[in-house]
Design a protein around this ligand. Structure first.
Ligand SMILES: [Zn+2]
Length: 446
């Protein structure tokens, strides 16, 4: 609710509760956030900032304010393939359904609309930053800037030609071109996205590692998605994928490497990840739906590995709801090792915020609500039956809050969701177009 519309500072948010997710997990009650030029400039008791007049003033006494959620791994445009193939193992799902559908449908129009659909869903469920690994990243970059979302685009690298390019050399060159084109953007960041150990051979991996060093770009790769991937690699090369990638130089403290999935890990692999500051991106719902395996989050956390959280694409999740992903992460961690103390609610919230920022190399900008950080902020309405009464706020957020309770989402200080409604996207038109795409894909007629 906007109470005033006079000019002074840009935005003042008076909040019932603020979870800062700083190092001490500081929780503030009856505090206000002051935002100027997209940056948090003050966090103070509300009674002490009554003199500050803001052009936009939000009074949210029944809400908890948290840092914008960071979806650290996904394939946004696959929102258009949501639910196209279900209840199948990864290799059949990928080879017999997803790859043929992508071969037929993926072009810049598909990517543009799919990304917009995904961004709308993410914003409404509290995600302000997402990492994306998909074809035509320049189209996703443009859409992210139009919509106003923050993104890391892990540009795809594979051994074979796709609609986006002829092969690894061109993919690497295009990634560097995009890096140059978006270097001054405050929302769009480029990274290398080698798809997986089984789709990228040694030479391209060596090349992209050296380009990543030279240009200080992160690398995000699916690694150890399944036990089968590990077994096949051992059969074919005599080496587990992590050993091969390690010999190629992918795990190194001087690189920002983000390894997605990471099931079937040995103790020595976990200590290698810790020693090399490699981040793990955990995608529990996708892993469970495809029966891929379990990422040993408790062991990784105990070893000091930074674990972030991602939904993966909507084709294998089938939604992009990070609140739901946190809940699944907490439950699966406990069920997997038979220990109810594993992966606390607080740790899950860190995974979805500050750990995601660390994984993407953006922790100086986002991931917590602190003065001088960018105003990527989410308000969750706790005045609902399923969040009353409240004894333990982090537990409420992880175990019993729904995405529909997200009422406001700001990115860079700009309000993109207001009282549950997208401010910059016509949701009815978006839904109409999504239905039309669905009918076209279902009919098989391009
Ligand atoms: Zn993925």
């Amino acid at each position: 609710m906007i109470l005033h519309n006079t000019a002074q500072v840009n935005t003042r948010i008076d909040a019932g509760t603020i979870l800062t997710i700083d190092d001490n997990f500081t929780t503030l009650t009856d505090h206000s956030l002051i935002i100027e030029n997209g940056v948090i400039t003050q966090i103070s008791p509300t009674e002490s900032v009554q003199h500050i007049i803001a052009s936009e003033h939000y009074c949210l006494p029944n809400h908890v304010i948290i840092p914008g959620l960071i979806n650290a791994h996904g394939h946004a445009s696959m929102a258009l393939l949501r639910g196209i193939a279900n209840d199948l193992p990864l290799n059949i799902w990928l080879q017999e359904h997803i790859w043929p559908a992508e071969g037929k449908w993926v072009d810049s129009d598909f990517v543009s609309f799919g990304a917009k659909l995904a961004m709308a869903e993410m914003l409404k469920s509290g995600t302000t930053t997402f990492s994306d690994m998909y074809f035509f990243p320049e189209v996703v970059a443009q859409m992210a800037q139009t919509v106003g979302m923050r993104t890391q685009l892990a540009c795809p690298i594979l051994d074979f030609p796709t609609a986006w390019g002829s092969g690894p050399d061109e993919y690497i060159e295009k990634t560097l071109e995009l890096h140059r084109a978006f270097e001054s953007s405050d929302l769009v960041h480029m990274a290398f996205g080698p798809h997986a150990p089984y789709t990228v051979s040694d030479d391209p991996i060596r090349s992209l590692i050296s380009a990543a060093r030279e240009h200080s770009l992160p690398i995000q790769m699916h690694v150890h998605e399944t036990q089968k991937e590990v077994n096949d690699a051992v059969t074919n090369s005599g080496k587990r994928p992590i050993k091969r990638l390690s010999e190629l130089g992918l795990f190194d403290p001087d690189l920002n490497t983000q390894a997605v999935h990471m099931t079937a890990l040995t103790e020595s692999e976990i200590s290698l990840l810790a020693k090399t500051n490699t981040s793990v991106i955990h995608c529990p719902e996708s892993n469970m739906k495809l029966a891929s395996g379990f990422c040993p989050t408790q062991a990784l956390s105990a070893a000091g590995v930074n674990i972030a959280l991602g939904t993966d694409g909507a084709a294998s999740n089938n939604d992009l709801d990070m609140l739901g992903e946190m809940r699944t992460a907490a439950l699966i961690a406990k069920g997997y090792i038979g220990d109810a103390t594993a992966l606390s609610a607080k740790e899950c919230i860190r995974m979805a915020t500050i750990n995601g920022a660390k994984a993407l190399g953006l922790e100086q900008l986002i991931g917590s609500l602190e003065v001088c950080k960018q105003a990527d902020i989410v308000a969750i309405d706790l005045d609902h039956l399923n969040t009353l009464p409240s004894y333990d706020l982090p537990a409420d957020i992880v175990y019993n809050t729904n995405a529909s309770q997200v009422t406001h989402t700001w990115v860079n200080g700009k309000l993109l969701v207001d009282c549950g409604h997208l401010t910059g996207i016509d949701e009815d038109m978006l839904k109409d177009e999504a239905r039309q795409w669905g009918q076209k894909i279902k009919s098989g007629n391009k």
